[in-house]
Design a protein around this ligand. Structure first.
Ligand code: AMP
Length: 139
């Protein structure tokens, strides 16, 4: 559970520039945008991280995320974007209420900068790890 600034936005105690709302989802402009149209899509459920989110809220976000992305693209005229979703402070989460960033990437590179340092996937270890993850799946 979370009691954050986003809970206060959902409750109407703090203003936001709303772009979408339904029973389970709210979307609004990020107050410190990385690029024009930077939008946050959040569940109304007060889960801190995605792994704590109910199937209903996850499905509700999944249903509208592409539609909101299309609207951001149409409104900004920027046709490329990143969707970023941080979980935990080491993973750059600052507000502990699930949120998906939609961050347009302009032709001149304004938007999300991504650091990406790939390793390699050793076949035996990969098979073991994939099985461990599959076995850990809860229906
Ligand atoms: P994260 O690092 O993924 O937790 O990102 C949190 C985001 O919330 C940041 O991009 C902030 O700019 C944004 N944010 C924080 N407070 C507000 C607010 N009151 N209204 C809109 N966006 C906010």
């Amino acid at each position: 559970m979370s009691d954050t600034i986003f809970s206060k936005i959902i409750a109407g105690e703090i203003p936001c520039h709303k772009v979408y709302e339904d029973d389970l989802v709210l979307a609004f402009l990020d107050i410190f945008p990385l690029s024009p149209g930077h939008t946050l899509v959040i569940p109304k459920e007060p889960a801190a991280t995605v792994d704590a989110l109910s199937d209903d809220s996850a499905a509700a976000i999944g249903r509208v995320l592409p539609r909101i992305a299309r609207a951001v693209m149409a409104a900004t005229g920027i046709d490329q974007y990143n969707i970023l979703q941080n979980n935990g402070p080491r993973a750059h989460q600052a507000v502990f209420h699930v949120h998906f960033h939609i961050i347009p990437k302009t032709e001149d590179g304004v938007g999300l900068g991504v650091g990406w340092n790939p390793g390699s996937l050793e076949q035996d270890q990969a098979a073991t790890l994939a099985k461990q993850i599959a076995d850990a799946m809860v229906p």
